[in-house]
Design a protein around this ligand. Structure first.
Ligand SMILES: *Cc1c(COP(=O)(O)O)cnc(C)c1O
Length: 474
């Protein structure tokens, strides 16, 4: 298996191995890596995975994307270790919400959001790659929500990495802050920046653009454009679909999304031969994807805060991977289109491309009132608490089911309700019980450093606290 960049404009695009795709994240030309072919499983192979443990499904689906990165026995160990700390031995669990409507609970990992499913595995793959190459990395990231804690949990105590997570001081929830600041590991650093989330992101970009700094500390990023995260996310789609009768039955999915990462992973599972019915995109008021798939083209607006902050996104980075296929894998044309999108704010997609995209996905958006109403309804009818992101998903699933024959439909629960107690209280007048993991974060002492919104100060802090590099990794 080899990879190409979505923006490689050369007549013969560079072919890249998995280890480089993993460690680089973004391609040097600014594009995203995609495999040059889709591995696929026959119906008999899918059937053979039915009823098998999550880890076994994961090994089968992830292995073809890795090439000869690790031998099969080593991959089995890595996968087993990645999911050993989840609080349910089934790793991901299904619950029936209504006739033909299921909830897939993806909050059994250490930080209670679905990002653990990918990052727990990707952190270990990073470790493996760096052990093979004998290097160390300094991971930097900006977070406004769940990515920070999931990345920290995946990196803590690793000999091969230090992690510095920037967040806007005073602008994230207490639960989210505590999940980052109460991790007692020497290689974990939470930096409270005196500024907004955009300031944090700009600082991260500026550090990557500072070539000497980047090289001195072997900077690496954790964000949702890393291909390895997408691969890890295909697993729970297959696992859930098999439980409900795939491959002998088509299963539909509703996915709360912002960056298009999670729902794109479902598309990849479909490309691998998993019989998926409809793929339903669920967005909040930041509805760029719903407008695009609704037929209105893709145009940027400003981000507005909502009750589901992890989906408060306007530029859905992973969409570029789908667009690459819609453009018949023409990297030059994609690079030009993305430049125009960033400049003019409108993606130059043709009618034919739009029509093809609409065959693949349906999309809905719901505002905060609709989100609260869905939390209340599901609580009243089923006694199940949905976090605001998951509620947007269930609302979209219901809207889509009402239109036709998409059942059985699985809606993804992407976070535990206890991460968003204020929204739950507004909807149903009571607060969720914090699970034991969260209770620990709410009582342990916090460790953080406040830094000004100045590149020099942030770089000085990192230079003073990152462990020295031995030799650069790739
Ligand atoms: C990150 C996140 C999402 C959105 O995921 P995408 O990668 O944008 O698809 C949805 N819900 C929760 C709880 C999240 O943390």
């Amino acid at each position: 298996m080899q990879y190409v960049s979505t923006r490689d404009a050369r007549p013969r695009p560079e072919r890249v191995e998995f280890a480089d795709v993993l460690l680089r994240g973004l391609a040097p030309d600014g594009g995203l890596y995609v495999p040059n072919q889709w591995p696929s499983l026959s119906p008999a192979e899918w059937r053979g995975l039915r009823g098998r443990p999550y880890e076994e499904v994961a090994v089968r689906l992830v292995a073809p994307f890795l090439g000869d990165f690790v031998p099969p026995a080593r991959l089995r160990e890595i996968v087993a270790d990645a999911y050993a700390g989840f609080d349910d031995p089934r790793v991901a669990t299904l619950r029936e919400l209504a006739s033909g409507l299921w909830l897939l609970e993806l909050f059994h990992g250490p930080t209670l959001a679905f990002k653990d499913y990918a990052l727990q595995l990707v952190g270990r793959l990073f470790d493996e790659a760096l052990a093979q190459r004998g290097g160390r990395v300094t991971i930097i990231g900006a977070t406004s929500g769940d990515t920070g804690s999931a990345a920290i949990e995946a990196t803590r105590d690793r000999a091969t990495a230090d992690i510095f997570m920037l967040y806007p001081d005073g602008r994230i929830s207490e639960v989210q802050r505590r999940q980052m600041t109460t991790v007692p590991s020497a290689n974990v650093h939470a930096l409270a920046v005196q500024g907004s989330f955009d300031d944090c992101q700009d600082l991260v970009k500026a550090m990557f653009a500072d070539a000497p700094f980047r090289a001195a500390h072997n900077l690496s990023a954790v964000n949702s454009i890393n291909w390895a995260r997408i691969v890890a996310q295909t697993v729970y789609y297959a696992y859930a679909a098999l439980m409900l009768g795939a491959p002998d039955k088509k299963i539909s999915f509703a996915v709360p999304t912002g960056n298009f990462g999670n729902v794109y992973a479902a598309h990849v599972a479909r490309q691998m031969g998993l019989p998926i019915g409809d793929l339903v995109i669920a967005t909040n008021r930041n509805d760029i994807l719903a407008r695009f798939f609704g037929g209105q083209g893709m145009s940027l607006r400003t981000v507005e805060p909502s009750l589901s902050p992890s989906m408060d996104i306007q530029v859905s980075s992973n969409f570029e991977r789908l667009f690459f296929d819609l453009r018949r894998r023409d990297g030059k044309s994609v690079a030009e289109a993305m430049t125009r999108f960033r400049g003019a704010g409108t993606l130059p997609a043709t009618d034919a491309e739009l029509a093809e995209a609409r065959q693949l996905f349906s999309a809905y958006s719901f505002d905060d009132d609709a989100t609260l109403a869905e939390i209340e309804r599901t609580w009243r009818e089923r006694g199940v608490m949905l976090d605001p992101h998951s509620a947007v998903g269930v609302a979209a699933a219901r809207a889509h089911l009402a239109k036709g024959d998409a059942a059985p439909m699985v809606s993804l629960a992407t976070a535990h309700p206890a991460k968003f107690p204020d929204a739950i209280e507004r909807a149903i007048g009571r607060r969720p019980e914090p699970p034991p993991r969260l209770a620990a974060a709410m009582t342990r002492p916090e460790r953080l450093v406040r830094v000004p919104n100045k590149l020099k100060d942030v770089e000085d802090y990192i230079a003073g606290h990152a462990r020295p590099m031995r030799e650069a990794a790739a």
